[in-house]
Write a protein that binds this ligand. Structure first.
Ligand code: AMP
Ligand code: MG
Length: 509
């Protein structure tokens, strides 16, 4: 193991030694989309965590991590030979209001690499100011960087489309938020970080050529099924909009099903690839509360848990409006967007059915789901623990020796026993003759034991702020496999402590 905490001073770069074959796919578009921008050194840097598992998926040899240049480049203290870092311009709607030009204020794309996972853009988040930083310092603090790093990988572990996090570096560089904190840089990886806001930008500035050029390149590189049809731009735009709509619906269903609240669903934080993007004040629900607001700055509850699917639809309308000029007519744009109205409920119901272990669809399933969610909400029942215990109950009800007590741990979650028993009865009838053992196993594969609850992140952050990063790695490997039992970590799957509800997370990070 390398010494994770040792500081490495800036070292001259040897081009022969580091042959990462940087290329530019979308970035070859150049201006006005991308502006060359160098990272700003953060002073002597140290590793907080290396995601070697993702490194292997990307085809990086283990020696990559031991190379001092990797730390230098991933902290923004140096640039890999051949990499030409750029920042991109976008605009967007923030909290329902047009915010004008935004852009990568603290993110830089280093370039793209061909990997076993396909072509991947590598970004540094927090590597200093860019032409789009506005009044910001271009930095990210250790606290928020640990959250982004862990949650990206937690979402991946849950099977939810997301940008990935490859490494986390930090230095003692002071960064001022509400108090003095220190800087960190996350290296994040995705096929593309293109957002709804990129399209809104070129529409709002009246640059139809720019809009068309961007859409054509995005389709060519990331939507091969549409590209190979060589349609006129009007039809390609509609096909693309409908695909983005479907992916967004699917993503929302996946978020809702694990109780994930994003917290800042502004259009500049929405990926056109349907990835979860930009982890700020996110939260996994503890007690089930459909009105839960995880962002301390979201006073109106615009981005409350149960509003997320509706907000995504609103955001899709912003995207539709942006690309409508390429179609010419409004009606087919609305038609493409309105496919959300069936895609979302279908995707959601599919996810809830999976969570309930129902293999076949039946007409009354939506009502069965609604009624259990009502019970969870009324009883403020812990969301993740409920689904996990339900899964175990179904699995155990298959074994005669355990069947009698199988349901007790679930029943114990509800004060209103009668209401619960009523639902349990309907549910077991609905399960009917389904093989319980098999059903239980399937449910344990979709109802995670471990989610990145706020208090788990907070505990790791507090340790890290004293220089002990070991828990970051421990939690990372646990969250990579959230459906496995990991009995040695069972305490991390328990109810949140009382202090968890007082954690306040806002946009400032
Ligand atoms: P967010 O709410 O984190 O998605 O950020 C919204 C916009 O503000 C984006 O354009 C970010 O790049 C920018 N931004 C956020 N924090 C900073 C910062 N510390 N320095 C510069 N720009 C920032
Ligand atoms: Mg953002």
């Amino acid at each position: 193991m390398p010494d994770m905490t040792s500081e490495v001073a800036t070292k001259p770069v040897d081009a022969q030694e580091h042959p990462l074959p940087w290329a530019s796919g979308l970035q070859a578009l150049g201006a006005p989309y991308f502006t060359p921008t160098l990272p700003t050194p953060m002073g002597p840097a140290h590793w907080v965590s290396q995601n070697r598992a993702l490194g292997r998926e990307l085809g990086l040899p283990d020696s990559f991590w031991d190379d001092p240049m990797s730390l230098q480049a991933m902290s923004g203290n140096a640039v890999w030979p051949g990499s030409k870092p750029v920042a991109s311009v976008y605009s967007g709607h923030q909290f329902g209001v047009w915010a004008g030009q935004l852009g990568d204020g603290r993110a830089l794309s280093l370039g793209e690499l061909e990997t076993p996972m396909g072509r991947q853009d590598w970004q540094l988040k927090g590597a200093g100011p860019t032409p789009y930083s506005r009044r910001g310092d271009g930095r990210a603090v250790l606290r928020s960087s640990i959250r982004e790093y862990l949650c990206s990988e937690a979402m991946h572990g849950l099977g939810i489309p997301t940008t990935r996090a490859l490494a986390l570096c930090a230095s003692h560089l002071p960064v001022w938020r509400e108090t003095a904190e220190t800087a960190a840089v996350v290296t994040r990886v995705a096929p593309s970080f293109i957002r709804f806001g990129h399209f809104e930008h070129f529409a709002a500035t009246g640059d139809t050529g720019g809009l068309k050029g961007l859409l054509q390149s995005v389709i060519d590189q990331f939507f091969p099924d549409i590209a190979r049809q060589h349609m006129p731009i009007e039809q390609a735009t509609l096909a693309w909009l409908q695909t983005v709509t479907q992916r967004t619906a699917e993503l929302m269903a996946q978020w809702q099903a694990v109780g994930f609240c994003h917290g800042v669903m502004n259009t500049d934080n929405m990926s056109v690839l349907g990835l979860t993007l930009d982890y700020g004040p996110f939260q996994f629900l503890d007690a089930y509360d459909p009105d839960h607001i995880c962002n301390h700055s979201d006073h109106q509850g615009r981005y409350a848990y149960q509003r997320q699917p509706q907000v995504a639809f609103w955001n899709l309308f912003c995207l539709g409006q942006a690309v409508a000029t390429l179609v010419g007519e409004t009606e087919p744009v609305l038609e493409a967007l309105n496919t959300y109205k069936s895609a979302l409920p279908n995707a959601l119901l599919t996810r809830w059915r999976q969570k309930l272990g129902l293999t076949m669809a039946e007409g009354a399933d939506a009502e069965l789901v609604e009624s259990v969610l009502d019970l969870l909400s009324t009883g403020a029942v812990d969301f993740s623990i409920f689904w996990r215990r339900l899964s175990h109950a179904v699995a155990q009800s298959a074994r005669p020796a355990q069947a009698e007590h199988a349901w007790t741990p679930v029943r114990d979650l509800f004060l209103d026993t009668r209401a619960w028993l009523d639902w349990e009865n309907r549910y077991t009838q609905r399960l009917g003759g389904q093989d319980r053992a098999q059903t239980g196993v399937a449910m344990l594969q979709v109802n995670p034991k471990y989610v990145l609850r706020n208090h788990l992140g907070e505990t790791v952050i507090q340790r890290a702020q004293t220089g002990d990063f070991s828990e970051v790695d421990n939690l990372l490997s646990l969250l990579h496999r959230p459906f496995d039992e990991h009995p040695e970590s069972a305490q991390l799957a328990g109810f949140p402590p009382d202090w968890a509800s007082s954690i306040a997370i806002s946009c400032s990070s």
